[in-house]
Design a protein around this ligand. Structure first.
Ligand SMILES: *Cc1c(COP(=O)(O)O)cnc(C)c1O
Length: 471
């Protein structure tokens, strides 16, 4: 299986070639040349597989340059009961008839990003060892991505992580989660600025080709193809658990920001999984809802991106959307490049009056909805009273949209993207009491914390990276 760029400017490369990189050299996103097709008989056989066995079947179809026995070992190391709290890894919970919650947040940092990151940690270590290389990951986080990456990469040979976060702006829980890690290869840099400032510094470092090459700078952001592939697995697993029989449609609602999670659902559907609808749920930052309702894609500036009570979805430029649009326009890379030039020039593009618009819903099964702070509060209360279940604010955005868009006779699965323990303030506002916390995090805020404060300046961050690597 070879990989190409959505913008057409990259010679085909293998899975291991593209795994450690971010954007394709032409600024596009990396995609497989074609999607493997899974037929109904194979799906029937997959019904009885364990999570690691299913992950092996799917990942090995995309990572064809890794020997099968190695893929098997890596997925078994990534998906353990010890890390995810149950052998199921992603249990499907029935809320009521036809309505399900797919639990994706029982991993080490209590958000769905663990599922992809845990596999990425194994894959990175494997590929680096095979090639005798090292990588220094420089990333930015507002909370969830950084901790998922650090917990996945801690102690991995050949890997250093430098994670930039906005000094004093994360929740106490998120800060303690990251800063209490004592592993020698994990470096927390608290930047005197905002999350956008952190991201700008990462961009500036990546734009310095000489520095990037000399210090082997790598990325694990949400466009990383390995992360997307890992996420495809749980759509298959949830479908197999929720479909009355193979072939029946199952709808999914996905609380979305960067479009990474739901992009994996799109790929599962393209592989032949009988998903009915893929419903994008946004918060007040509703760029994606607007796109799927009208065909008009209008990115917003960071100044126009609201800070909400589902903060991991406060994104107004959905980086993975390019992968979906590539398929939508029949993989025409010239047209794709033109659309993204239009984004750079005018802040967006409008497919509303093109034939593509009808296909988003028809052929590709997309729908969307949005949710506000009040909706989140109401939905957290409703979930508690109706199902005796405490859900986090992001999952509440999803459940709100699921209740609006469920269809008679079709199972509807909402993806649970975080546990409520990560977002105590909003849970207290809704329910008047703190959410339960998994025992392993009971004294989290009391652990010693390790981080370095650094000025809001790419040069200062580079200097720190260089000094750390030399010491
Ligand atoms: C990252 C994240 C999201 C958004 O996922 P995307 O893949 O960026 O669309 C939603 N909820 C939580 C809790 C997250 O951490």
């Amino acid at each position: 299986m070879d990989y190409i760029s959505t913008r057409g400017g990259m010679a085909p490369q293998s899975f291991c070639d593209i795994l450690l990189g971010g954007l394709a050299p032409d600024g596009g996103l990396v995609v497989p040349e074609r999607y493997p097709h899974i037929d109904a008989a194979t799906l029937e056989r997959w019904r009885t597989l364990s999570y690691p066995q299913l992950a092996f079947e799917i990942v090995s179809r995309f990572a064809t340059d890794i020997p099968a026995e190695d893929v098997k070992r890596l997925v078994e190391a990534a998906y353990t009961e010890a890390q995810f709290g149950s052998a199921d890894i992603t249990p499907l919970t029935r809320l009521e008839d036809g309505l399900y919650l797919l639990e994706l947040s029982n991993g080490p940092t209590l958000a769905f990003k663990d599922i992809a990151m845990q596999l990425l940690g194994q894959l990175f270590e494997y590929v680096l060892a095979r090639r005798g290389e090292r990588v220094n990951i420089v990333g930015a986080t507002s909370g969830d991505t950084g901790s998922a990456a650090e917990y996945a990469m801690r102690g991995k040979r050949g890997v250093n992580v430098f994670m930039l976060s906005p000094h004093g702006r994360m929740s106490p829980f998120q800060r303690a989660q990251m800063f209490s890690l004592a592993d020698a290869n994990i470096h927390n840099l608290a930047v005197e600025g905002t999350f956008d400032d952190c991201q700008d510094i990462v961009k500036a470092i990546n734009a310095d080709a000489a520095f990037k090459a000399e210090y082997k700078i790598g990325a694990v952001n949400s466009i990383n193809w390995g992360r997307v592939v890992a996420q495809v697995v749980y759509y298959f697993r949830a479908y197999l658990a929720a479909a009355p029989k193979i072939g029946d449609p199952v709808d999914f609602v996905v609380p979305s920001g960067n479009f990474g999670n739901i992009c994996a659902g799109h790929i599962a559907r393209q592989m032949g999984l009988p998903i009915g609808r893929l419903v994008v749920a946004t918060n007040e930052n509703d760029v994606l809802d607007e796109f799927f309702r009208t065909g008009n894609y209008r990115v917003r500036s960071s100044a126009d991106t609201l800070a909400t009570s589902s903060p991991s979805m406060d994104i107004s430029k959905a980086s993975n959307l390019e992968r979906f649009v590539f398929d939508l326009i029949d993989r025409d890379s010239e047209e794709l490049a033109r659309l993204w030039q239009e984004v750079d020039r005018t802040g967006g593009f409008d497919l509303g009056k093109t034939p593509y618009f009808a296909r988003m819903v028809g052929k590709f099964g997309f729908a969307s909805g949005k949710s506000t702070h009040q909706d989140r509060i109401d939905t957290i209360r409703l979930a508690k009273s109706r199902w005796n279940r405490v859900i986090d604010p992001h999952t509440a955005d999803g459940v709100k949209v699921a209740l609006e868009q469920r269809r008679e006779g079709v199972s509807m699965v909402t993806l649970e993207t975080a546990l409520p323990a990560k977002f105590e303030t909003t849970i207290v506002e809704a329910l008047g009491e703190k959410p339960q916390r998994p025992a392993k995090f009971a004294d989290l805020e009391k652990q010693p914390q390790r981080f370095q404060v650094v000025g809001n300046d790419a040069a200062a961050v580079k200097k720190l990276v260089v000094e750390t690597l030399a010491s």
